[in-house]
Ligand binder design. Structure first.
Ligand code: ZN
Length: 125
């Protein structure tokens, strides 16, 4: 993939992720405000509180993922500037165009990505 189209893809991806992050920020603020309002009301049902905590954790999980993806896109843009874009960080081989089409911020080739994911699952939490 040539640098220009890679950059365009990454910029578009960054814009999209920033949009999602902004939306998620509002969502979390909304939940916090709702919680403060509810603290003053006494007829609260415990089951509702439980599901709200669950919802909130799910939102925070999404935000964490968005932030991580944003980091990856930004570091891919830096690699593009350094001329290291599209090269696997583990084995140094070029990452295939097909893979970069699907995941423009990819840091590893398919083989190393699979290896790393297996390793991450084996590692204790
Ligand atoms: Zn590799």
């Amino acid at each position: 993939m040539d640098r220009e189209s890679a950059r365009q893809r990454l910029e578009a991806e960054r814009a999209r992720l920033e949009e999602v992050r902004r939306a998620a920020d509002h969502l979390v603020e909304g939940v916090e405000q709702a919680e403060q309002t509810e603290l003053s009301s006494l007829d609260q049902h415990p089951a509702d509180v439980g599901s709200e905590v669950f919802e909130r954790e799910r939102d925070l999980g999404v935000m964490q993922q968005v932030r991580q993806e944003l980091d990856e896109v930004q570091s891919a843009l830096r690699r593009l500037d350094d001329g290291r874009y599209g090269v696997c960080e583990v084995c140094g081989r070029p990452i295939s165009d097909e893979r970069l089409e699907v995941k423009p911020a990819a840091r590893y080739c398919v083989d190393d990505q699979a290896r790393l994911e297996r390793g991450a699952r084996l590692r204790p939490q």
